[in-house]
Write a protein that binds this ligand. Structure first.
Ligand SMILES: C[S@@+](CC[C@H](N)C(=O)[O-])C[C@H]1O[C@@H](n2cnc3c(N)ncnc32)[C@H](O)[C@@H]1O
Length: 193
């Protein structure tokens, strides 16, 4: 089996990828991460999902493609130009709310345990405000981060943040954590209590 050979991507992926290239946006989520997000979204009928860091919307498209018609997704970014690509490609899907907002500000006003999945793909909710991001995950819900393996665009000081995040996640008594040395490096944590 080859992991990339049998993947059917969301319809909007190619148009988003072209715009991502034009904008020279260098941080889109990888295809395999997308397949994981899609599968997790499909496991939560009528789910309530959150993405921190819309970017140009590649991961957003994967999440939407796994969600049923009763599910909702909120995706938050501070960069209007990159989020505009997602708005153009996906904005007609009424399950999706795109917010131009700071991720940490957004997290602080959410109800505790109100999301079935949080994909934390920005500094907020991952390297800042981890507790706030974990607090909004429901029991049985998922917290997912990617780019945990070295990436070419990392600033020099970034690598030191990875073991600190891993350490924090591994010692949370209310979550079980699954590190995946796969794709860009993924960690999935599931709330158990
Ligand atoms: C790794 S990229 C997200 C990629 C996206 N998931 C995709 O598949 O294209 C990180 C994003 O976080 C956004 N970001 C940076 N600071 C932020 C903040 N304080 N709140 C919300 N988003 C932020 C950036 O603008 C960038 O689009």
């Amino acid at each position: 089996m080859e992991d990339l050979a049998y993947i059917v991507e969301p319809l909007q992926s190619s148009v988003i990828r072209e715009a991502t290239h034009r904008l020279q946006f260098g941080m889109p989520s990888e295809v395999l991460v997308g397949t994981l997000l899609r599968a997790l979204a499909a496991s939560k009928p009528a789910g309530h999902f959150l993405e921190l860091g819309t970017g140009t919307g590649l991961a957003t498209a994967w999440l939407l493609s796994g969600m049923d018609s009763a599910s909702t997704l909120t995706s938050v970014d501070t960069d209007a130009a990159v989020q505009a690509v997602a708005r153009q490609a996906l904005g007609n899907d009424d399950r999706l709310t795109l917010l131009l907002s700071d991720g940490l500000e957004y997290l602080k006003v959410q109800e505790r345990q109100s999301f079935d999945l949080v994909f934390a793909d920005a500094m907020p909710g991952k390297y800042e405000g981890l507790d706030d991001a974990l607090a909004v995950v429901r029991i049985g819900g998922f917290y997912v981060v990617d780019d945990m393996l070295p990436q070419p665009n990392w600033p020099e000081e970034h690598a030191a943040k990875i073991p600190l995040l891993m350490e924090q996640l591994a010692h949370r008594p209310d979550f079980v954590t699954l590190p995946l040395v796969w794709s860009s490096g993924v960690v999935m944590a599931v709330r158990k209590g």
